[in-house]
Ligand binder design. Structure first.
Ligand SMILES: Cc1cc2nc3c(=O)[nH]c(=O)nc-3n(C[C@H](O)[C@H](O)[C@H](O)COP(=O)(O)OP(=O)(O)OC[C@H]3O[C@@H](n4cnc5c(N)ncnc54)[C@H](O)[C@@H]3O)c2cc1C
Length: 379
């Protein structure tokens, strides 16, 4: 006699073995979750680690839609930055002086927390200093007029006066720029080392990280939240949404995904650049990576992908190194909105969100991750 499933909605009895998690998977690490972190970037990993430190017995899992388990956090340029002068001038227009200073303070605190948590060696951190290179005399004039006020606002935050004019030819590796403003406060880190350090900590602290598993639905359920994935439904008392650029798929939030291109040159043995380089409100950025030059951004030019690559190449050749030839190119996604202030909120019981790093999440991401965890822990 042919048998048929008695209850077609009873997934563990399904005839399709592709649907539903196994008893072992649920029993071992996916069932009875205290917290499900959606998004395994800097924010999601920091939040999960902080929760686990505070509640060692809590059952926490991270899922990420990407097979490599990373968004901006594995594809960024590694600037430990808090805002270039022209970027901060723009922030003052949208946020006002006091909130701009507070935003810089949050980035600075985030960077200190990151360095304190992992140590500079594990992050590949170097205190490089930065330079903003101007080619537009109007923008330069505006920033020069604002600089004394910016220094006054940010000296208490950073512990020293952050911005200084520099003369042409005074900085190694800068070929041509109409004006230069330097800062000793900025640093660089090695993105690969940083991510690997954090992922090792997830393993050590028994936090499963499941890349290639997207959240496809989110609804409240008996045990808190029901999260659909292509492999089955997860249930968790709390959900921490750390999906940055893609958060508006789930909640009514002002955050949009924006592509950002990065190029790395072939080796340039005579490269002398030491500082990180910013240009045009942070839209163009460059640094040294070993004996190569990295340059990225260019979205303000409004060009297609090929046009951005050509324009970034020409910019690097003119201002940094005539021999710049791209040998590697990738695209990552930023999460941006009308302003650069991050969103950290609890839109519903058991649902917490920490997103919109404004294209500068390396420094602020640790702080936002901890704040996200604290929202969940404090509920
Ligand atoms: C090219 C580039 C260069 C950058 N350079 C710098 C820099 O030099 N300095 C700096 O401070 N910042 C930089 N940034 C920004 C920085 O990388 C980000 O602000 C930061 O990494 C954001 O961290 P996050 O954890 O919020 O988001 P992400 O690292 O983007 O992580 C979000 C994760 O959520 C996952 N996700 C989304 N939707 C779902 C879903 N439905 N289900 C499961 N998972 C989902 C994504 O796959 C992603 O891995 C750069 C970004 C880019 C793209």
């Amino acid at each position: 006699m042919a048998s048929s499933p008695k209850n077609k909605d009873f997934r563990s009895n399904s005839l399709d073995p592709g649907l539903g998690f196994s008893w072992w998977e649920l029993r071992g690490w996916l069932g009875e979750l205290d917290a499900l972190v959606v998004g395994g970037g800097l924010v999601g990993m920091t939040a999960a680690l902080h929760m686990k430190t505070q509640r060692p017995k809590g059952r926490i899992v991270i899922i990420d839609r990407q097979p490599l388990g990373g968004g901006g956090s594995t594809r960024n340029a590694g600037f430990a930055c808090f805002g270039s002068p022209s970027e901060l001038a723009e922030d003052i227009l949208t946020l006002g002086e006091a909130r701009t200073a507070e935003l810089v303070a949050m980035r600075w605190r985030g960077l200190q927390e990151l360095r304190h948590s992992w140590g500079d060696e594990a992050l590949g951190y170097q205190a490089s200093g930065s330079v903003e290179l101007f080619t537009n005399s109007e923008l330069q004039r505006q920033v020069e007029a604002l600089l004394p006020r910016l220094n006054e606002l940010l000296t208490p935050v950073l512990g020293e006066s952050p911005f200084h004019f520099a003369s042409q030819g005074s900085l190694p590796g800068i070929q041509k720029g109409a004006g230069l403003v330097t800062s000793p406060c900025e640093g660089l880190l090695d993105t690969a080392k940083t991510i690997q350090t954090m992922r090792r900590a997830l393993v050590e602290r028994d936090i499963p990280f499941l890349p290639g598993l997207p959240m496809t639905s989110l609804e409240s359920g008996d045990r808190g939240w029901r999260i659909g994935t292509p492999s089955g439904v997860l249930e968790s008392r709390q959900v921490l949404l750390a999906t940055n650029a893609l958060a508006a798929q789930w909640l009514d939030l002002d955050v949009q995904p924006v592509d950002n291109h990065v190029l790395v040159s072939a080796p340039l043995p005579e490269l002398t650049l030491t500082h990180t380089v910013h240009h045009d409100r942070g839209y163009v950025y460059a640094r040294r990576v070993e004996d190569r030059l990295l340059i990225g951004g260019g979205r303000q030019w409004g060009l297609d992908a090929r046009g951005v690559v050509e324009a970034l190449t020409a910019w690097a050749q003119t201002h940094l190194h005539a021999g710049f030839t791209p040998s590697h190119h990738w695209v990552g996604t930023l999460g941006v909105g009308q302003e650069r202030w991050p969103i950290v909120d609890s839109p519903a019981r058991g649902l917490h969100v920490g997103v919109r790093m404004g294209g500068m999440g390396v420094a602020i991401g640790s702080l936002v991750g901890r704040q996200l965890a604290e929202l969940a822990l404090g509920e």
